[in-house]
Design a protein around this ligand. Structure first.
Ligand code: IMP
Ligand code: MG
Length: 181
C-alpha cells in the first residue's frame, strides 16, 4: 500500500476525532438513562474501527454485537444484493438498539438491514453512520446520528476497504482509479 495511491484526503485524523466525539455526545444526550444496556450493533467489516472509537465516547452502559452482510463483492459499484453471512448473537426484542455503519451510499444495504431489524421488534432502533454520500442515494434512509457528508467518490480508510485493502489508513481518502484496477 503506497500513499501515492490516495489522491485526496476526505476526512483527516483530526476531523475523525472531532466527529466521533460529537456523535458520542449526541448519542449520550439522546439516550440519557436506560433501564437496560443499549445494544450497539456494528455491521462488519467496514464499521469495526469507527465502532471501536464510538463506543468509547458513549457513557451509558452498553453491549456490542455484530452482523456481517455480503453486498459489494470486491468491486466499487453496489450490487444491491444483501445477504446475512453472520447474524447477531443476541436477541434485540424489546431492547434499545443503535445500528452502526461505516457509510451510507445508495442506502440499499442499510434499508434492508433496518427492515430486518424492525421485524425483530426492538423497543427502539436508531441509526449511526460515520460517512454519508447523499448524491449516491437511491433508497431514502433516516440517519439519526450522521458523521460526515462526502462527495460521490470511492472512499477508503478508517475501516472502509477497496478489495479488502486500505482499511487501516487512519484517515479517509479517495483511491487513485489507476490503483483500483
Ligand atoms: P449501500 O450502497 O449504501 O448499500 O452501501 C453498501 C456498502 O458498500 C457499505 O456499507 C460499504 O461497506 C460499502 N461502500 C459504499 N460506498 C463505499 C465507499 O465509498 N468505499 C468503501 N465501501 C463503500
Ligand atoms: Mg459496510
Amino acid at each position: 500500500m503506497k500513499t501515492h495511491e490516495i489522491t485526496k484526503i476526505l476526512v483527516s485524523e483530526e476531523e475523525i476525532k472531532k466527529t466521533v466525539q460529537r456523535l458520542g455526545a449526541e448519542i449520550n444526550a439522546h439516550y440519557g438513562q436506560l433501564d437496560r444496556e443499549l445494544i450497539v450493533v456494528g455491521l462488519l467489516r467496514g464499521s469495526f474501527i469507527f465502532m471501536a472509537d464510538l463506543v468509547r465516547q458513549i457513557k451509558i452502559p452498553l453491549v456490542v454485537d455484530f452482523m456481517t452482510l455480503a453486498s459489494y463483492g470486491d468491486g466499487t459499484v453496489s450490487s444491491g444484493d444483501v445477504k446475512v453471512v453472520m447474524d447477531l448473537d443476541s436477541s434485540i426484542e424489546d431492547r434499545d438498539v443503535l445500528l452502526v455503519e461505516d457509510i451510507v451510499d445508495t442506502g440499499r444495504t442499510f434499508s434492508k438491514v433496518i427492515r430486518m431489524m424492525r421485524n425483530r421488534n426492538p423497543r427502539s432502533l436508531k441509526i449511526c453512520a460515520f460517512l454519508n454520500k447523499p448524491a449516491a442515494r437511491i433508497v431514502d434512509i433516516d440517519i439519526d446520528f450522521c458523521g460526515v457528508d462526502i462527495p460521490n467518490e470511492f472512499a477508503v480508510g478508517y475501516g472502509l476497504d477497496y478489495a479488502q485493502g486500505y482499511r487501516q489508513l487512519p484517515y479517509v481518502g479517495v483511491l487513485d482509479p489507476d490503483s483500483a484496477q
